[in-house]
Design a binder for this molecule. Structure first.
Ligand SMILES: NC(=O)c1ccc[n+]([C@@H]2O[C@H](COP(=O)([O-])OP(=O)(O)OC[C@H]3O[C@@H](n4cnc5c(N)ncnc54)[C@H](OP(=O)(O)O)[C@@H]3O)[C@@H](O)[C@H]2O)c1
Length: 321
């Protein structure tokens, strides 16, 4: 029997309707997936003892918030007691007593190695174990290498490398004996790419990444997971897109992350996902730094030449301590 011929107008209307419906369906599915994933992430940390170093920085605070609402037993570490207490008050004000635990606050200066060891002992004495360590603290410095003192170089290495590895080494035997645990290093893409005027910072980030990459293989047989999360740039809360012309606004809307960096909330959610999925390595990078990593690997001379060009324009960069 011959098929009925659909009038052209009817086909046109169907085609016009199909695309929006398809997009709507895909968006709906994506939304449901994200919500389920978010709820699942939270349940993955329920009752877990989670230590966050430098819980008072932008990212640290957001990690504290997502892990607290997820029902983790938090140990919030920081150098400043007043800022720790402010964070504590903020978390307690939104606490749900049926799901959340009262966080423990600990003063911790990661560049003071004996303080780091004491803190590890204090936490283990208090909770008996640590399930997840989020090593987030870090110290920054910017300036030409010859103008930065060796003393400051060492301080950076203490805060960004020796401090985190001391804490890790102090907590590892407990994780190994329990055959469970996760260590998350919040690093920086500068742990893979050397950028001018960041010698000490980039060196400390390379060192930390090297340590945790080696450790990952060592502890796998004990079911201890090592994850590294490396963002390119985390934007400050106060940095918001300014007013501009129409084209600039569109650019900023679509390329917000490229222009202003990832929001601390997004990075904290990524840390949570990393924990739940036990991911080993995460790069939160836009296409340009991502491409730069490949160029650095496969065409090093080209990469060095491009970077050196940028330096010529910035030779008088001000120092930051
Ligand atoms: N910001 C970015 O664009 C960016 C990009 C990629 C990766 N990251 C990484 O993300 C993590 C968090 O960065 P952030 O931007 O949220 O923090 P941040 O604004 O860089 O602040 C650093 C924090 O670390 C603390 N700190 C410095 N030395 C310390 C020490 N010895 N012991 C304990 N705490 C110490 C500082 O405390 P004080 O203020 O009291 O000194 C400050 O709260 C870091 O590991 C960083 O490397 C950041």
């Amino acid at each position: 029997m011959p098929l009925p011929i659909i009038p052209q107008a009817k086909m046109g209307v169907t085609a016009v309707l199909v695309l929006p419906l398809l997009l709507l369906g895909i968006s709906g599915l994506l939304f449901i997936y994200q919500e389920v994933s978010r709820l699942w992430s939270k349940s993955a940390v329920q009752n877990k003892v989670v230590v966050i170093t430098d819980a008072i920085s932008g990212l640290g605070k957001e990690c504290a918030r997502v892990f607290h609402t997820g029902g983790a037993r938090l140990v919030l570490c920081g150098k400043n007691w007043e800022r720790l207490q402010t964070l504590y008050d903020a978390l307690i004000s939104v606490a749900d007593p049926s799901k959340t635990f009262t966080p423990k606050l600990v003063l911790l200066d990661l560049s003071d190695i004996s303080c780091v060891q004491d803190v590890a002992k204090e936490v283990l004495d208090c909770y008996g174990c640590v399930d997840i360590l989020i090593s987030n603290a870090s110290m920054k410095v910017k300036g030409p290498a010859h103008k930065i003192s060796l003393e400051l170089d060492k301080k950076i290495m203490d805060a960004n490398y020796f401090g985190p590895i001391t804490l890790t080494k102090a907590l590892l035997p407990n994780m190994i004996s329990r055959r469970t645990g996760q260590i998350v290093l919040v690093n920086n893409i500068q742990g893979r790419l050397g950028i001018p005027f960041r010698t000490a910072y980039a060196a400390s980030k390379h060192a930390a990444l090297g340590f945790f990459d080696c450790l990952r293989a060592e502890v796998e047989e004990f079911d201890v997971v090592v994850s590294t999360v490396s963002p390119t740039f985390i934007r400050s809360y106060h940095v918001d897109p300014g007013q501009g012309n129409w084209e600039a606004s569109v650019w900023k809307f679509f390329f917000r992350k490229l222009t202003y960096g990832a929001h601390p909330v997004d990075v904290a959610e990524e840390v949570m996902r990393t924990v739940r999925r036990k991911k080993q390595e995460v790069f939160l990078a836009n296409p340009i730094p991502r491409a730069a990593m490949y160029v650095r690997t496969f065409f090093p001379e080209f990469f060095f030449a491009v970077v050196a060009c940028g330096v010529k324009e910035k030779l008088n960069v001000p120092e930051e301590g």
